[in-house]
Design a protein around this ligand. Structure first.
Ligand code: SF4
Ligand code: SF4
Ligand code: SF4
Length: 268
């Protein structure tokens, strides 16, 4: 299991622990103010700090030093984990408030507005309503409505993740493609890690796989391979993030998720 399961979940999956969504936790350690500041200054802060880190890559010692510092800060303040749709639905069932809002990082990476970010457990009027950019397009969702939307995102191939605001409080569910800033920093450019992989890895059952190859283009982590000799797909467990979205395109149901901890040597 990932280190947060040990630290914040007593050995269970930390993101399924109700306390990590509680209003009591939200009211402690200046979390509300942290969230306000995070949203308002996101574009300025994240854009600048990633650009600075990137500029240090030609000086490896300095880069490693600042990367370690940035990752330690991210773990303490704003860290994510990929979570498959079944457990995202479990999370939504534990919550009493879900708000759909504009994506801060898609706005930064593409300059366009997109609405795949869900604020959870927060009072939209007390935190987000103060900011015109957010308040004009906040959408308070009923639980069933939120679950339907998330399921439709899964079918579109969007990867779900949960995010902390001063760990271990979880205040967001994200639904991302390659325009996500965390994806670009961690997977595409490898500058900085800000999230764990899921507690799972994907597996292909060759008895069921018909070799259609639809799963190859559905994986944004480049984890699916195709064997021309065997005429079957296979998942590279070292690259797999365990998001499970490749299952949605597999008509024979050949892809399943297995617990990551069952595979020796795989990291989170
Ligand atoms: S992490 Fe994904 S869903 Fe969240 S704001 Fe960024 S792009 Fe949007
Ligand atoms: S989508 Fe399913 S059936 Fe098609 S290649 Fe991938 S695993 Fe095999
Ligand atoms: S192969 Fe792994 S990372 Fe890629 S879509 Fe499937 S579960 Fe996600």
């Amino acid at each position: 299991m990932c280190e947060f399961c040990t630290q914040h979940g007593e050995g269970e999956k930390w993101y399924l622990v109700m306390e990590n969504y509680s209003r009591e936790l939200l009211s402690q350690e200046g979390r509300v103010e942290f969230m306000e500041d995070f949203l308002v200054n996101f574009e300025k802060d994240k854009g600048t700090s990633l650009a600075r880190l990137d500029s240090l890559r030609s000086r490896p010692k300095l880069y490693r030093f600042f990367r370690r510092k940035a990752e330690a800060r991210a773990r303490a303040e704003h860290w994510g984990q990929v979570v498959p749709i079944e457990e995202i639905i479990e999370i939504v069932d534990m919550l009493d408030s879900v708000v759909r809002m504009p994506c801060v990082c898609r706005s930064l990476t593409t300059g366009r507005k997109a609405r795949y970010c869900f604020g959870i457990g927060i009072d939209p009027h007390s935190i987000l309503g103060k900011y015109p950019d957010y308040s004009h397009s906040l959408e308070v969702l009923e639980r069933e409505e939120a679950k339907e939307l998330l399921t439709s995102f899964d079918k579109k191939g969007l990867v779900h993740s949960v995010w902390t605001f001063k760990t271990p409080y979880i205040g967001g569910i994200c639904n991302c493609d390659m325009d996500c800033l965390a994806y670009r920093a961690q997977v595409k450019s490898g500058i900085l890690n800000t999230m764990f992989r899921a507690e799972y890895v994907g597996m292909v059952d060759w008895e069921l796989c018909n070799g259609c190859r639809r799963c190859l283009s559905s994986c944004q982590f480049g984890a699916v391979r195709y064997s021309h000799t065997m005429k079957r797909a296979a998942i590279d467990t070292r690259r797999c993030y365990g998001c499970g979205v490749c299952r949605a395109v597999c008509e024979p149901g050949a892809i399943t998720l297995s617990p990551r901890r069952g595979f020796a040597g795989l990291s989170w």
